[in-house]
Write a protein that binds this ligand. Structure first.
Ligand SMILES: Nc1ncnc2c1ncn2[C@@H]1O[C@H](COP(=O)(O)OP(=O)(O)OP(=O)(O)O)[C@@H](O)[C@H]1O
Length: 277
């Protein structure tokens, strides 16, 4: 397949999906996961994808990180088709996936050992500097003093904090979050939202968050894209107009509840086979 020259549909866009279709499998195993999908994300923006199971949220993350190639259409990051040149990506998932035999400090440090240009610098001279960088990040998420612990010595919420540190330690251009708070209890989750907001406000990576939790999307994101399934597509794209820093009380105001209620109704109205339900 040919690589298109550098171009952007919108001047300030950092991530751009242009008329994307994604088909998994062939013949009677064929699944049309995405159709006619357009999405433009400005540099440093925070966008949430919400929608029913199977609507293609994770597929969009995989397309943007280059793990999948679009069956039709184009995906650009920083004006280049994905895959044309390397980019720094940070990721966090529902399962924090920390290496059990490494300390929290070494887990967080891992991308600096692997990702260029840090890899070369790590080998040469900057280990102490990198260590300070890890300590500063651990402190920012409330894990000061936990660098020497092992993952099994931490609670689920603490492991997820460490996982956010690992996702951000190499200053990624793009931060991909796939339900990172989904397995936590409500109170821990809300604590982590505040930490995530602080990390985004101080570092400003471009974030794409996949979540089933409309309150989480509303608390964290600047924009919420609602998706519909079979085939997956974006059916609504709205701005979350609440000042930052946001606090959890905001999520219980009538304006916020009205916003999440509208999104909820939209998802329900566009559910597949809703007539049969
Ligand atoms: N490797 C694959 N092979 C075949 N079909 C797949 C594959 N991965 C995903 N699909 C299908 O593509 C569609 C979109 O899947 P995707 O995982 O992107 O949805 P999602 O919105 O992230 O779902 P969930 O919220 O349940 O994680 C679904 O119908 C899914 O079954």
């Amino acid at each position: 397949m040919t690589t298109r020259p550098k171009r952007l549909l919108h001047d300030e866009a950092f991530v751009e999906l242009e008329d994307v279709e994604l088909v998994y499998g062939r013949g009677d195993k064929r699944v049309q996961a995405l159709t006619a999908t357009n999405l433009s994300i400005a540099k440093g923006d925070f966008v949430a994808l919400v929608g029913p199971s199977g609507c293609g949220k994770s597929t969009i993350l995989k397309l943007v990180t280059g793990l999948l190639k679009a069956s039709k259409g184009y995906v650009y990051v920083s004006g280049r088709e994905v895959g044309a040149e390397p980019m720094r990506v940070g990721m966090a998932f529902q399962n924090p996936t920390l290496l059990p035999w490494k300390t929290i400090r070494d887990n967080v440090m891992l991308p600096l050992k692997i990702v260029p240009p840090f890899r070369q610098e790590f080998r040469q001279k900057r280990k102490t500097e990198f260590r300070d960088r890890v300590e500063a990040l651990l402190k920012q998420v409330g894990l000061a003093g936990f660098g020497d612990k092992y993952p099994w010595q931490l609670s689920g919420g603490m492991m997820q904090r460490a996982s956010l540190c690992r996702a951000l330690i190499h200053d990624p251009q793009l931060l991909m979050l796939d339900e990172p708070f989904g397995a936590l209890d409500q109170f821990t989750r809300e604590e982590l939202w505040a930490i995530m907001q602080d990390l985004w406000m101080t570092r400003k990576p471009t974030v794409l968050l996949v979540t089933h939790d409309l309150k989480e999307a509303g608390f964290l994101a600047n924009r919420i894209c609602v998706m519909q399934a079979r085939p997956g597509r974006i059916i609504d794209d709205s701005v979350v107009d609440f000042a930052r820093p946001r606090n959890i009380d905001m999520a219980y105001t009538p304006e916020f509840v009205t916003m999440t209620q509208r999104l909820r109704e939209l998802i329900i109205a566009n559910r597949p086979n809703k007539e049969a339900a």
